[in-house]
Design a protein around this ligand. Structure first.
Ligand code: G6Q
Length: 564
C-alpha cells in the first residue's frame, strides 16, 4: 500500500486543514444554516450530532475519500468474514460472531462457529438462571447469593463496566463484585462482608495463566476452604474434600480448559469456553460476561447482544457518509493526525456509565497504541490518542477548566439520555442542561466584548469601577470540538450499541493507521520483568541484582523496609 501520508487524499486533507483551522466554529455555524442537521446521524436508536466539529461538508467528503482510499469497507468485510486479520497472532477477529443474532453462519478455518457460540450462551443462561432462582447451592446447602468475578483487563473491564451500567436491570438481592488487582486489598475488601457459604467465584481468564487472576483465584480458594472446611483442607486444595467444595463455589471462563480442570473444576459443568478468535478487550459478549448475565439475567443480556448486533449491522451495511463508527473514527483522525491533538475525552452524563471511560481506555489504547504497522515497519504518523474521562457533571468541577481555557484542545464525546432510571425531582433536567451547556460553551465560548459589557453592567449596579483587568480571565475562546451522542434510555440494547459504536470506531482508525488493533505486545515486557523481580523481592539471601542502578536501589529499599 502507498504510505498513508503519501496518499493524495491525505495530502488534500493536509491542505484543507490549514484552511479550516482559520475558521472558528461559531463562524462555521453562521455560514452554514442547517449544519446541525447535515452533520448529524440518527440511526439504531442513537443520535450523533457531530456539527460542533472543525469540519464542513467538504471536509467530511475529503475524510470519506480517505476512508475509501484505505479500503475501510473492505477491511470491515474481511473482519466479519473471519479472515485472520490479527496478523501478528495469526487469528481471526470475530467478536461480532458472539452477538451474531442473524442466524447466519460465520466461518473460521471453514468451520461455522455459531453452534459453539450458541451452546456457550445457552450454558451461561442455565448457570445464570440457577443462581437467580437460588437453586444453585453452595457446599453447605445454602443458596449462592454472592458472585465475585476474578479477572483482569479484558476479563474484567467489560463486565464490570456493563454491570454498573445496567444496574437498574440487576437482581438487587444478589451481590456481584469484580476483583482484578493483584493488590490483596482488592480481594480482601470485596470478600470481607461476604458469607463464604453463599459465595461463588468466577475465574475469568482466557489463558488461565495471568498472574493477577491466578493469584486472586488461589487466595479466594484458600479463603473459602478455610472458612468452610478449616485450615488443613485450605492447605491442600487438591484433596478430594477441597475439590468437592471448590466444585460448588467456583466456575471458570477460559480457552485453557485443561488448566481450569487442574484448578479443580469439571470441564463439562463448570468451565465455559472462550476462543482464540476473541480478543480479551472485545470479549464482553462471550462467557466473559457471565457475572453480568447472572446479575441482569439472560433476557437482558440477550437484549444487550441485540444492541451490539444492531450496531454491527449498521457498521457493515451503512454507506460511509451515514456510518456512525466511521464518522467518529474520521473525526478522531482529523484531530489526531492533522491538528496534532493528542487526547480524546469521553464524558458520559450518566452515573451508571461511571466505568465507561475506563473501559474505553483499554479498548482504544490497547488496540491502537502502536507504533509499528501491520507490515512490521514503524509508522510515520500519529496513532491512538490518550483516551480519558469521567462522568458528568463531576468532571465539570474538576478538569473542565482546562477544556474551556487551557492551552490544549481536547476533542470530547458527550453522551446523554432522554430518560433517567431515577427520575428524582428535576435532577435529570439539570444533568442534561449541563451537558448541552458544556458543548455550547466549548464551541462558542464567550467573547471579551461580552465579558466587558457584563462587568460594566455589574459594576454600575454596585456603583463601582468595573474590574476590566478580569476581561481576559473571564473570556472563553470557544472553538473546542465535541460530538454529542444521545439515546432515549441507557437500557441493555443501548449499551450494546454504544460499545459496538466505539469498537468499530477503533477498528476503522486502526485500518487507516495500518496497525494491528488486535494484538497487545506492549504489555509483555512489564510482565516479564515483574516475573524476574518477584523472586528478588522474596529471596531470603541478598540477591545479586542486575538491573539498572535506579531499579536495583528501589528493590533494595523495598527489601529493607518491607521486612522491618
Ligand atoms: C485484552 C488483553 C488483556 C487480557 C488480560 C487478561 O485484550 O488481552 O487485557 O484480557 O491480560 O488475560 P486473561 O483473560 O488471559 O487472563
Amino acid at each position: 500500500m502507498t504510505r498513508l501520508v503519501e496518499l493524495p487524499e491525505w495530502r488534500d486533507l493536509k491542505q484543507h486543514c490549514s484552511e479550516i483551522s482559520k475558521v472558528h466554529l461559531g463562524e462555521l455555524f453562521r455560514r452554514e444554516p442547517g449544519r446541525a442537521q447535515t452533520l448529524s446521524i440518527e440511526d439504531c436508536g442513537l443520535l450523533l450530532d457531530y456539527s460542533k466539529n472543525w469540519v464542513t461538508a467538504e471536509s467530511m467528503r475529503k475524510l470519506f475519500a480517505l476512508a475509501n482510499a484505505v479500503g475501510v469497507k473492505q477491511a470491515a468485510e474481511r473482519m466479519f468474514s473471519g479472515e485472520k486479520i490479527n496478523v501478528t497472532e495469526n487469528r481471526a477477529v470475530l467478536h461480532v460472531a458472539l452477538r451474531n443474532r442473524s442466524g447466519q453462519p460465520i466461518y473460521v478455518d471453514g468451520k461455522d462457529v455459531m453452534p459453539e457460540v450458541r451452546a456457550v450462551l445457552d450454558k451461561m443462561a442455565v448457570a445464570a438462571e440457577s443462581i437467580r432462582t437460588r437453586q444453585k447451592l453452595g457446599s453447605t446447602g445454602k443458596p449462592i447469593r454472592n458472585v465475585v468475578n476474578l479477572g483482569i483487563g479484558g476479563s474484567d473491564l467489560g463486565p464490570a463496566m456493563a454491570y454498573e451500567a445496567l444496574r437498574p436491570y440487576s437482581d438487587r438481592e444478589l451481590t456481584v463484585r469484580f476483583v482484578s488487582n493483584v493488590d490483596g486489598t482488592h480481594l480482601a475488601e470485596a470478600t470481607r462482608d461476604l458469607d463464604p457459604a453463599e459465595t461463588l467465584f468466577i475465574v475469568v481468564s482466557k489463558t488461565f495463566t495471568t498472574q493477577e487472576t491466578m493469584t486472586n483465584a488461589e487466595s479466594a480458594r484458600r479463603w473459602l476452604l478455610a472458612a468452610l472446611a478449616g485450615p488443613s483442607v485450605a492447605a491442600d486444595p487438591q484433596s478430594e474434600k477441597a475439590r468437592k467444595i471448590v466444585g460448588s463455589h467456583f466456575l471458570a471462563v477460559s480457552a485453557a480448559t485443561d488448566k481450569a480442570a487442574a484448578f479443580g473444576l469439571d470441564p463439562q459443568s463448570s468451565v465455559f469456553a472462550m476462543w482464540d478468535w476473541v480478543g480479551g478487550r472485545y470479549s464482553l459478549c462471550s462467557a466473559v460476561g457471565l457475572a453480568l448475565m447472572i446479575g441482569i439475567g439472560p433476557t437482558n443480556f440477550f437484549r444487550m447482544l441485540n444492541g451490539f448486533h444492531a450496531m454491527d449491522q449498521h457498521f457493515l451495511d451503512t454507506p460511509l457518509e451515514r456510518n456512525m463508527p466511521v464518522v467518529l473514527a474520521l473525526l478522531g483522525i482529523w484531530y489526531n493526525n492533522f491538528f496534532g491533538l493528542q487526547t480524546h475525552a469521553v464524558l458520559a452524563y450518566d452515573q451508571y456509565l461511571s466505568r465507561f471511560a475506563a473501559y474505553l481506555q483499554q479498548a482504544d489504547m490497547e488496540s491502537n497504541g502502536k507504533s509499528i504497522g501491520c507490515d512490521g515497519s514503524p509508522v510515520a504518523w500519529q496513532t491512538g490518542p490518550v483516551v480519558w474521562g469521567e462522568p458528568g457533571t463531576n468532571g465539570q468541577h474538576a478538569f473542565y477548566q482546562l477544556l474551556h481555557q487551557g492551552t490544549k484542545i481536547v476533542p470530547a464525546d458527550f453522551i446523554g439520555f432522554a430518560k433517567s432510571h431515577n427520575p428524582l425531582g428535576d435532577h435529570h433536567a439539570k444533568l442534561m442542561a449541563n451537558l448541552f451547556a458544556q458543548t455550547e460553551a466549548l464551541a462558542f465560548g464567550k467573547s471579551a466584548d461580552q465579558v466587558r459589557a457584563e462587568l460594566e453592567a455589574q459594576a454600575k449596579t454596585k456603583n463601582q469601577a468595573p474590574r476590566l483587568d478580569l476581561v481576559p480571565h473571564k473570556t472563553f475562546p470557544g472553538n473546542r470540538p465535541t460530538n454529542t451522542i444521545l439515546a432515549e434510555r441507557l437500557d441493555p440494547e443501548t449499551l450494546g450499541k454504544l460499545v459496538a459504536l466505539y469498537e468499530h470506531k477503533i477498528f476503522v482508525q486502526g485500518v487507516i493507521w495500518g496497525v494491528n488493533s488486535f494484538d497487545q505486545w506492549g504489555v509483555e515486557l512489564g510482565k516479564e520483568l515483574a516475573n524476574r523481580i518477584l523472586p528478588e523481592l522474596q529471596a531470603t539471601n541478598e540477591p545479586e541484582l542486575k538491573h539498572d542502578e535506579s531499579t536495583n536501589r528501589l528493590i533494595r529499599w523495598f527489601r529493607q523496609r518491607s521486612r522491618n
